[in-house]
Design a protein around this ligand. Structure first.
Ligand SMILES: [Zn+2]
Ligand SMILES: [Zn+2]
Length: 353
């Protein structure tokens, strides 16, 4: 039986011993080959990955596109352009994108900018800002996109902490010194190794879609571990430019049963603090696997374009083997999965899911 009950996890309950005990070198050894296999490229700037960027596969196109709306904003990236980014110690600890919530309703973009540019050069953004042509963030929150990560650190140093949250005051024409919440994203919260004793297996990894932005990797790991057991690792996808969560994640399991339980559930209710959201879980599809049936014999050694997520299959297939296997009774309704955002092969004789 799968455990499908909802789980509430509070940060204070989460054992962090393994996380803090794992030094950067161990983390690097565990994570780099695994993330390379998954073709996850946004590792720049994480302290334990400094200097490794150039070894990572960087050919999967436009990762992170559209994360700040359609305004085509391009900030300079110190992590990429600085000569210090290769090999030397980096002090980057936060995403350059910071959430600010609870803004006065009549504060406009210019006033927000003025409130925060004492910490560093920044641009103010909010969802659909370019299309709406509004001068005010319509929902009382906005994102501060700092040009330099130092600006984020300076802002945080000025904030007043209260019950795990950070506050600072801003003023609008009618409201003076309103406390607003600042929510930075710590780069270290994008990866969490729960069980360092198990090798991370890309083929026992699930993709989690629709992850709420504030959810940290260790929280995702704990929730999934309580639901399905056997979690070794959880990661939050971040965009390569600002390193801010993109709203998706991945979880690696140590065993096939837990992996199958997670993908069979398809949806998981993530509950954590103020968060209560149903998210989608599916197998993480790799794009460089050989066909598990013919091992390349029938397809000229090309990588398999299809993955069947049905638990009776759970295999990669070339086109011929897909057709052969799925001509069998009971399998004709299986649908192929392809990698998120991958180029879909043409001329295939079935519908895509
Ligand atoms: Zn095959
Ligand atoms: Zn199948």
């Amino acid at each position: 039986m799968y455990r499908t009950n909802f789980v509430q996890v509070h940060p204070c309950e989460v054992p962090r011993a393994e996380y803090t005990n794992l030094d950067n070198e161990s983390k690097r050894l565990i994570l780099v080959p695994y993330l390379q296999a998954l073709k996850i490229r946004d590792l720049q700037g994480k302290p334990f990955f400094s200097g490794l960027d150039e070894h990572l596969n960087d050919d999967d196109g436009n990762g992170g596109g559209g994360f700040i709306g359609n305004n085509q904003l391009q900030l300079n990236s110190p992590a990429r352009s600085s000569p210090h980014s290769n090999g030397s110690e980096t002090t980057e600890r936060f995403s350059r994108k910071v959430f600010v919530g609870g803004l006065p309703p009549d504060i406009d973009e210019e006033e927000i900018t003025t409130s925060f540019n004492q910490y560093g050069e920044l641009i103010v953004d909010w969802p659909h800002k370019a299309e709406s042509k509004s001068y005010f963030p319509p929902k009382g929150y906005a994102f501060l996109l700092f040009q330099e990560e130092r600006g984020v650190q300076k802002l945080i140093e000025t904030c007043v902490p209260d019950d795990d949250k950070l506050y600072i005051t801003v003023s609008s024409p009618t409201i003076k010194n309103k406390a607003v919440q600042i929510r930075p994203w710590r780069l270290a919260d994008a990866d969490y190794v729960l069980d360092a004793s198990m090798p991370l297996d890309p083929r026992k990894t699930v993709f989690v879609g629709g992850v709420p932005r504030p959810l940290k990797a260790f929280e995702l790991a704990m929730i999934m571990d309580r639901l399905y057991g056997g979690v070794c690792y959880a990661g939050i996808d971040t965009d390569p430019e600002l390193k801010y969560p993109k709203g998706a994640g991945r979880v690696a399991f140590s065993n096939q049963q837990s992996y199958i339980a997670a993908i069979s559930a398809r949806f998981v209710q993530l509950q954590h603090g103020d968060i209560d959201k149903r998210v989608e879980v599916k197998p993480y599809v790799l794009d460089d696997q050989m066909c598990d049936e013919c091992h390349g014999q029938r397809c000229g050694g090309k990588f398999a374009p299809f993955f069947c997520a049905n638990v009776t299959c759970l295999q990669y297939y070339c086109e011929q083997c897909w057709s052969l296997i799925h001509a069998r009774e009971g399998r004709e309704y299986h649908k192929p999965l392809v990698k998120e955002g991958a180029d879909r092969p043409r001329a295939v004789p079935f519908r895509w899911c």
